[in-house]
Design a binder for this molecule. Structure first.
Ligand code: C5P
Length: 413
């Protein structure tokens, strides 16, 4: 099952920062659809318009479709205070100018910095793609052809123009390439990650189980392993939902974090998110028990030396996900202090997981709160993988690559 039904090659656009420069030609109206397609494919889109472009399509439309403010002035203090032009140039993974009019091609070829778009094209280190659109006579003119040659020599890529009927009534080369061809060509500039197009749900951190308004039961999980997994899954092109108990870390960029506190909240959230997930990785240290009763008022010290708390079992989240209908890859963690392998294998079996990651938390140099880890993966098919002591980031990348290779659709074994 995939969470999306797009051609695989287009998944390379997930999380990419695309800067779309629109210049003033009639084809500018197609940019609304272009922005919409990029967004559907998971790209972040920011739009820059020339003055002429704003005569053809309104910034409001592109603002609404991109979800970001539209930029058009180099000398606007307010816009510069938001994301300045140099910041915007650095933000971009790619600059696409579509439509690129004869005038815009000329200004870019001459290295002008006469407006925001030309300034950005000069300032950015991102690849530049141009989709020319103009009257056929203008396109065939030696001046335009020379500008295109210059731009190509400097590394710009030109897409089109296509031949056909033009808005002015002429027939010939000068039509902007169709949106889908532009999208495919832009996607081809990026590599497709091992989890591109997949939705990955990761649990992380501890849960806290309230006793009264000021006290709770919890455990020593720092959440580092789960957060490193979220980062590695995003880097592999996945859409990642991180269901996290209270930790002191910020979510990695492009990760959707849903903050929860108790095991019951984590359970509800994960069950809802797992419905549409391709992969679920349970790295949270879920409290096995919660107080049977939540006291509305702070518990006072009594005369007795002993306070008895009654605890009840929390639902097993990862085991419940493994029972859900539908096809998804479910991976758990077994943090053990002894008999690591037999305990891990028994959890793999009784929770009915696809795989389990075993780690020895009794070792002082790895595990809880440490920046390093060393793990063994066991799969339900009897496969094993060993990752010796390394940073949690590196372990996470290894686990994510291992998962990607073991997904039913990606099975390379
Ligand atoms: O049974 P144990 O807690 O050792 O199992 C660990 C694995 O099960 C981890 O992947 C953990 O995130 C998951 N788990 C869970 N819900 C629980 C307890 C553990 O998802 N209530």
């Amino acid at each position: 099952m995939t969470s999306n039904s797009q051609p695989e090659s287009l998944y390379s656009l997930t999380h990419k920062n695309l800067l779309l420069g629109i210049s003033g030609g009639i084809a500018a109206y197609k940019c609304a659809e272009l922005v919409r397609r990029f967004k559907v494919l998971g790209a972040n889109v920011r739009v820059v318009m020339t003055d002429a472009a704003r005569e053809f399509v309104t910034p409001l439309t592109l603002h609404a479709l991109s979800g970001n403010p539209v930029y058009y002035s180099l000398l606007d203090a307010d816009a510069e205070a938001g994301m300045g032009h140099i910041e915007l140039a650095r933000w971009a993974d790619l600059l696409l100018v579509a439509p690129a009019t004869a005038n815009t091609l000329s200004r870019l070829a001459n290295g002008e910095a006469s407006d925001l778009l030309s300034t950005l094209a000069l300032a950015t280190k991102a690849p530049l793609i141009l989709a020319p659109a103009m009257n056929q006579g203008m396109w065939l003119n030696a001046a335009t052809q020379k500008n295109c040659r210059l731009l190509r020599e400097r590394g710009a890529k030109l897409l089109g123009p296509a031949e056909g009927e033009q808005a002015c009534g002429d027939v010939g080369p000068g039509r902007m390439l169709e949106v889908e061809l532009l999208v495919t060509a832009v996607a081809a500039q990026f590599e497709t990650g091992a989890l591109a197009g997949k939705k990955v749900v990761i649990t992380a951190g501890p849960t806290i189980e309230a006793l009264d308004p000021v006290r709770f039961l919890s455990n020593r999980s720092s959440g580092k392993m789960g957060y490193a997994l979220a980062q590695a899954a995003v880097d592999a092109g996945a859409r990642v939902v991180l269901v996290s108990g209270p930790v002191s870390m910020l979510p990695p960029p492009h990760v959707e974090r849903i903050a929860v506190e108790s095991a019951l909240q984590m359970y509800e959230t994960v069950m809802a998110q797992a419905e549409s997930a391709d992969v679920v990785i349970a790295a949270a240290a879920v409290a096995d028990y919660r107080p049977k009763e939540f006291r509305q008022q702070k518990i006072k010290k009594g005369g007795d030396d002993c306070l008895v708390l009654e605890l009840i079992k929390n639902p097993d989240i990862v085991a419940s996900v493994a029972q859900m209908a539908g096809e998804r890859f479910v991976m758990g963690f077994a943090a053990e202090t002894q008999n690591v392998e037999p305990f891990a294998l028994s959890k793999l079996e009784h929770k009915q997981l696809d795989a389990i990651v075993a780690n020895d938390v009794a070792r002082a140099d790895i595990g809880f709160n440490s920046d390093d880890n060393a793990v063994k993966i066991f799969s339900k098919n009897g496969e094993q993988a060993v990752f010796e002591k390394q940073s949690k980031q590196q372990i996470a990348r290894n686990i994510v690559n291992w998962v990607a290779k073991h997904l039913p659709s990606n099975d390379k074994n």
